[in-house]
Write a protein that binds this ligand. Structure first.
Ligand SMILES: [Zn+2]
Length: 825
């Protein structure tokens, strides 16, 4: 990137639309059409109405090598669905994919198809592998080589047979956003061509290459014409969190196939867009190894779309080359290609050009939509073909790059210094690096620690467990403590999940999506850092966290502290079982000794830890609160995850006569406006406000509070794109009691006024990691969460933070649940 790059792209568009620097939360319609916020600030406008759905596991496993290729499966065929939104565009509907793949497998021994998991609504997710046939012995050799590259990269680098015979893995992910359809059709075209080509060059290519294609990563969205999956989640924001089955499935594909190159096919940016991205670049990448191939591969894809000859494909935007810093960054590991880089791939987002979704889907003539979709399919196909070709031509260098990435990890080498001009346009603004700590230490402290350990392992981060007590950096740890030794192949991924992150507010004027996250600071488990000292203790590898639950022996009543979402889930289960639970404080409940069996059950199932209650302990009877919720999809998901059974409401539903007469607490964050209620809706809400509770989040919640006259607080909004991990001081009895010293914000609010209790304040320098302009110190010491009795006769808690955001900050769930019990009580 050089000074020729002007302030173009999104920043200019943002200025023109007045978004940049505008302190008011931005409406989605104000955003340039190409900038998709996902479920960011705009998620306050529509109340999610998603029915409860089950959670399925990924079924993809690293090949065991018991069979060769092809590995063909007859895929189940779905009934024809005339409502599939692909049909109008002339594209393959979801129900047409399995028949097509079944036929391709019949016709060609180069094609294998398997089901690697299920969407949120239970639809099959397909992985197609295209490669020349392999015997079982040949496939086993490929498996051993793949493992060797990761486990012993020095040895792999010396292995001449590996370097000659290892098949180049390339992975194409299509249609992760359901209403960005044509990646699927372009990928199927490439599969068909590779399957049927009779020329020697294709045969030779497939003899040295495995092409993996996840044909549609989002069947629910493909059918419904939505960006999100059936649970309302943007899968391409979920890769650090893994809350959705679609992201977990492709996570297991990238780990299992270890691609050299991957494409994530999206749309629609007007001009085709091909990454590499602008800075800020993720500071945990081995960025030299990435950009060395990412830029020339992008140039090759650009040349390929130019050769198509469509006027709309005369050039591509390559953000690294063409955009200003911050306009299209690769900072957070939430996107598929960025996540893929940490797994060893040169990852690219590709945005096909011509819009066919949202407004134009209904307004443009069918012929024009189909013309556009045909061009888009050409672009998807051309970029995929070009990337496969690049990977083949540069296979040796790509292989050595992946080996080098994992070697640096094992060796604990510092991030390399990359000189200006390393690739054309690489300058000081592209230089991001970090100092890796020597180890992270995760004490075996309960359900949060167990969840974090399991999450790290699922992401192929290596975790061990101490077989003896030990000391490290002056602290003593017992046997059974978990360790993440950072001398490991995927140290970048380990660190990007566990580090605090960084305040990058002053580096760029805006960011594409979230700029802060941290499993160490937000997932509720205490994690210590050893910056330099190596742990000196014998360990064994961990394949799953050990059981975390505990019920003390003896005949005493039991205490459960609501520190974690798992504790809340356990409490709700006890209430469902009819246990006479009493609440002692806002954060602690008392379970009678007579319910010991039920306590043991939930301790086993949810990993929660009971303690023996003092003999004098007492409390007030607790019943399961009935919750109504006008919230975003992620919040609905988390409430259900904690065992609440929220009744979905909205302005429209209340105006149509929705019943709140048995509701104890109303949660308001999205799609409920007090001012928008008609006489019917208002009467129902007013009746609730006179006796029950309200919990709000964000600007929609604060507006509800003001219009309904609940707490005498004024909400002040930061810039709508401000986001990240913030330091907080816990001062109140309900949310503040025992909460972590960090929280998460997106479009943060603070509250001014008197006549309420401050539960939590922003610290003197709030932002720990993320992007908040002009400065997070505008919120220093301000009230972030408040509570109190309302002027209407009930209780309210108002959140200016985002405790349930995208199901990520798991350590913040329990404080939110405490607000629900308290307001209901
Ligand atoms: Zn997209």
């Amino acid at each position: 990137m050089d000074l020729k790059r002007t302030f173009t792209g999104f920043a200019a568009a943002l200025l023109m639309t007045g978004l940049l620097g505008n302190p008011a939360p931005a409406a989605p319609d104000d955003s340039p059409s190409t900038r998709d916020f996902g479920n960011g600030p705009e998620r306050n406008s529509v109340a999610a109405e998603i029915p409860p759905i089950g959670q399925s596991a990924s079924t993809f496993k690293i090949a065991t090598g018991t069979t060769g290729y092809p590995r063909q499966n007859v895929l189940r065929v779905y009934p024809e669905n005339p409502a599939d939104k692909s049909i109008k565009l002339g594209l393959v509907p979801y129900h047409g994919i399995a028949p097509k793949l079944n036929a391709l497998q019949q016709a060609s021994n180069r094609v294998s198809a398997e089901v690697i998991g299920h969407s949120a609504l239970g639809r099959d997710l397909y992985l197609v592998t295209v490669t020349a046939p392999e015997t079982a012995a040949q496939a086993r050799k490929q498996d051993r080589w793949r493992a060797l590259i990761e486990d012993d990269p020095r040895q792999a680098n010396r292995d001449a047979a590996l370097k000659l015979g290892y098949k180049t893995p390339v992975w194409i992910n299509a249609n992760i956003h359901g209403d960005e359809w044509e990646g699927t059709d372009g990928a199927l075209r490439v599969i068909e061509r590779l399957a049927g080509a009779t020329d020697p060059a294709t045969a030779a290519l497939l003899a040295r290459t495995r092409v993996y294609v996840t044909v549609t990563n989002n069947p629910d969205g493909r059918i419904a014409g939505t960006r999100v999956n059936g649970a309302g989640f943007d899968i391409n924001r979920d890769h650090a969190t893994g809350s959705q089955p679609e992201s977990r499935a492709v996570r297991d594909v990238v780990i299992g196939t270890q691609p050299f190159v991957m494409l994530d096919e999206h749309g629609y940016t007007g001009t085709t867009l091909i990454e590499p991205a602008t800075p800020p670049h993720g500071q945990n990448y081995e960025y030299d190894l990435y950009i060395k191939h990412a830029l020339p591969n992008a140039l090759g894809m650009e040349a390929a779309i130019q050769r198509l000859g469509h006027p709309e494909t005369a050039r591509a935007d390559i953000p690294f080359r063409d955009y200003a810093p911050g306009d299209w960054d690769d900072w957070p590991p939430i996107f598929t290609p960025m996540y893929g880089i940490y797994q060893g791939a040169v990852g690219h987002t590709v945005e096909i050009p011509l819009q066919v979704n949202r407004g134009v889907y209904d307004s443009l003539p069918v012929e024009e939509l189909r013309r556009r979709s045909a061009v888009n399919t050409d672009v998807a196909s051309a970029t995929i073909t070009a990337a496969i070709s690049y990977a083949d031509v540069h296979r040796r260098s790509l292989l050595e790059g992946q080996i080098e990435q994992f070697r640096r990890g094992w060796a604990g080498e510092p991030s390399p210094e990359i000189p200006d001009g390393f690739v054309e346009g690489f300058g000081p603004e592209d230089r991001y690096s970090t100092t890796f700590p020597r180890a992270y230490v995760i004490p075996d402290s309960g359900p949060a620690a167990a969840r974090l350990v399991d999450h790290l392992i699922a992401n192929d981060v290596r975790v061990t467990r101490a077989t003896h007590a030990f000391t490290l950096t002056g602290r003593s740890y017992p046997r059974g403590t978990y360790l993440v030794d950072m001398r490991q192949p995927k140290r970048g991924l380990a660190n990007v999940l566990l580090e605090a992150g960084r305040d990058i507010s002053q580096l760029v004027p805006q960011m594409y999506d979230i700029s802060g996250w941290s499993h160490r600071l937000l997932w509720g488990a205490p994690v210590d850092i050893s910056r330099a000292a190596a742990p000196r203790v014998s360990t064994r590898p961990v394949v799953a966290a050990g059981p975390a639950g505990h019920v003390p022996s003896g005949g005493r009543d039991l205490l459960l502290t609501l520190r974690d979402g798992s504790d809340v889930r356990a409490l709700n289960t006890l209430l469902d079982l009819g246990v006479a639970v009493r609440q002692t404080t806002a954060a602690t409940v008392l379970v009678p000794a007579a319910a010991r069996d039920a306590a043991s059950l939930v301790a086993d199932r949810f990993g929660v830890r009971f303690t023996a209650a003092p003999r004098s302990a007492t409390g007030t009877p607790l019943t399961r609160p009935t919750i109504a919720a006008a919230v975003s999809a992620d919040e609905l998901f988390v409430l259900r995850d904690m065992g609440f059974q929220p009744r979905v409401v909205s302005t429209a539903r209340l105006n149509a006569g929705a019943d709140l007469s048995d509701v104890d607490t109303l949660v308001v964050s999205s799609g409920l406006s007090y001012a928008g209620l008609n006489a019917t809706g208002r009467a129902e809400v007013d009746e609730l406000l006179a006796r029950g509770g309200v919990v709000t989040r964000g600007s929609t919640g604060a507006a509800f509070n003001a219009a309904a006259g609940l707490l005498p607080a004024t909400a002040v909004a930061a810039r709508s794109d401000a986001n990240g991990v913030v330091a907080v001081d816990n001062t109140g009895p309900v949310v503040g009691a025992g909460s972590p010293p960090h929280s998460f914000v997106y479009s943060p609010l603070w509250f001014t006024g008197t006549g309420f209790t401050v539960e939590q304040r922003y610290a003197s320098t709030p932002l720990v990691a993320g992007h908040w302009l002009p400065s997070s110190t505008e919120a220093a010491g301000r009230a972030a969460v408040i509570s109190g009795p309302t002027a209407r006769g009930g209780r309210a808690v108002l959140f200016g933070t985002e405790p349930l955001f995208r199901a990520h900050p798991k350590g913040l769930y329990a404080p939110f649940a405490r607000a629900l019990y308290w307001t209901a009580g």
